[in-house]
Unconditional design. Structure first.
Ligand SMILES: Cc1ncc(COP(=O)(O)O)c(C=O)c1O
Length: 354
C-alpha cells in the first residue's frame, strides 16, 4: 500500500516511556505525582452508564461554560480538546496554508516539529534570545530568517524542556508583530509565577490563543483533556476541523469535577512547587547546573565527571526513569519531573550511590 511520501519520511514523535512495573520511580513524563481529586472518583462511581450508549456532547457545553466563567470570558471563546496535543494538531490544520510554516522556540516541545512534518509544512525553530532580538527592532527581522511566511507560532511558556519562563508582556509585544496566530502553550503555567491568559481574553488581541491541559496540574494525563481560549473566529476554526465527538462523555464529566475542586488543585500545585525548590537545591548542592524552573520539572546538567546520557542509563538500570533528549542543544542535560518528596529522595539516594 502507498503511504504519502512526507509520512514515509516522517520521524515520529517519541513519547516518554510508560513502564509496566510499579517499582519504577517515574520522573520522565511530567505527570503529577499526586492522584486527581477524590471528586473525580465520585463522578466515576456515580456515572450513568446510559450516557455511554449515546454520543457525548460535541460542544462540551457544561465544561466550556465553567472554563469561560472562571476566566471571565464567553463560551464562544473556549475550545476543548482530546488532550492539548489534539488542539496543537488542530491548530496546525486550521491556521497554516500549505506554503506557510510553523515556528517555535528551539529547544521546545519536540511535538511541534513533528506536527509540521505531519502537515507537510516547514518548521522553524529559533532560540529565545535570537527571537527576541529579531522582534525588538522596529521592523521585525524574523521574516528574513524564515523559509516561508510563518503563520503559526507555538510558544510553550514555561518552556519545555528548559522550564524557562517568559514574561507575558514580552509575548504580547511579540504577538503584536507576528503576522499569524500565536498559540501560547501553558501546559505548565499552573506551576509558574504568572500566565498569559489575560492576552487570550483581551478583545484587542486578535491573534493570541492560550492553551492549558488537565494532564499536569490536575493529575489527569490519562483522561486526555486540554482546552484553549482565544478570539472567537479562531476558536470557531478549531471547531470546524475537529472530529465530531473529540472529547468523550467520561472525560468531560471528570475534567469538570477536577476543575471545580480549586482547593485540592491549589494544594497539589503548592506541594509540587515546594518539592521543586528542594530538588533544585539538592541537585545544586551535588554540583549539578540547574537553572530556575517555573514548571513541574527541572532541566539539569550533571557535574563534569559524567555525561547526562551515562546518568540517564545508570538511573534507568536502578529503576529511576528521567528523560534524556539527545542532540546538541539538549544532550548535556536531563529533564527530571518533580515527584513526591519520597520519589525525589530515591532519585537523590540513587545518584549518591552511582
Ligand atoms: C509543552 C507541552 N504541551 C503540551 C503537552 C501535551 O499535553 P496533553 O497531555 O494535554 O496532550 C505536553 C506534554 O508533555 C507538553 O510538555
Amino acid at each position: 500500500m502507498r503511504t504519502a511520501k512526507h509520512i514515509e519520511l516522517l520521524e515520529a514523535y517519541v513519547p516518554g516511556e510508560q513502564p509496566k512495573s510499579r517499582d519504577v520511580v517515574k520522573l520522565n513524563t511530567n505527570e503529577n505525582p499526586y492522584p486527581p481529586t477524590p471528586k473525580c472518583a465520585e463522578v466515576l462511581a456515580s456515572f450513568n452508564l446510559d450516557q455511554l450508549r449515546r454520543y457525548p456532547d460535541p460542544e462540551f457545553v457544561t465544561l466550556r461554560k465553567a472554563i469561560a466563567k472562571r476566566f471571565g470570558t464567553g463560551p464562544e471563546r473556549v475550545f476543548v480538546g482530546n488532550g492539548s496535543d489534539e488542539i496543537l494538531s488542530l491548530a496546525a490544520r486550521a491556521f497554516v496554508e500549505n506554503d506557510e510554516c510553523i515556528a517555535s522556540l528551539d529547544p521546545s516541545y519536540s511535538l511541534y516539529k513533528t506536527l509540521a512534518a505531519i502537515r507537510d509544512v516547514k518548521w522553524v525553530g529559533l532560540p529565545l534570545a535570537s527571537l527576541l532580538l529579531a522582534y525588538s527592532s522596529r521592523r521585525s527581522t524574523l521574516s528574513a530568517r524564515l523559509p516561508q511566511k510563518a503563520s503559526l507560532f507555538l510558544w510553550a511558556n514555561p518552556n519545555a524542556p528548559t522550564g524557562a519562563w517568559t514574561e507575558p508582556a514580552t509575548i504580547s509585544s511579540f504577538a503584536h508583530k507576528f503576522p499569524g496566530v500565536v498559540l501560547v502553550d501553558e501546559a505548565y503555567a499552573d506551576f509558574a509565577k504568572g500566565n498569559c491568559m489575560g492576552l487570550a481574553i483581551a478583545p484587542r488581541n486578535k491573534n493570541v490563543i492560550v492553551m492549558r491541559t488537565f494532564s499536569k496540574s490536575y493529575s489527569l494525563a490519562g483522561l486526555r483533556v486540554g482546552f484553549c481560549i482565544g478570539p472567537s473566529d479562531l476558536i470557531e476554526a478549531l471547531y470546524k476541523v475537529k472530529d465530531s465527538y473529540n472529547v468523550d462523555a467520561v472525560a468531560q464529566a471528570v475534567a469538570l469535577a477536577a476543575f471545580n475542586d480549586r482547593i485540592y488543585h491549589a494544594k497539589t500545585v503548592a506541594a509540587v512547587k515546594k518539592t521543586r525548590a528542594a530538588l533544585i537545591h539538592e541537585l545544586r548542592r551535588r554540583g549539578w547546573d540547574v537553572p530556575d524552573s517555573e514548571a513541574n520539572f527541572v532541566f539539569a546538567k550533571p557535574p563534569l565527571t559524567t555525561t547526562a546520557e551515562e546518568v540517564f542509563e545508570g538511573l534507568r538500570r536502578r529503576m529511576v526513569f528521567v528523560r534524556y533528549f539527545p542532540g546538541p542543544q539538549t544532550g548535556d542535560r536531563l529533564r527530571i519531573t518533580v515527584g513526591t518528596p519520597s520519589e525525589v529522595k530515591r532519585l537523590l539516594n540513587t545518584l549518591d550511590t552511582m
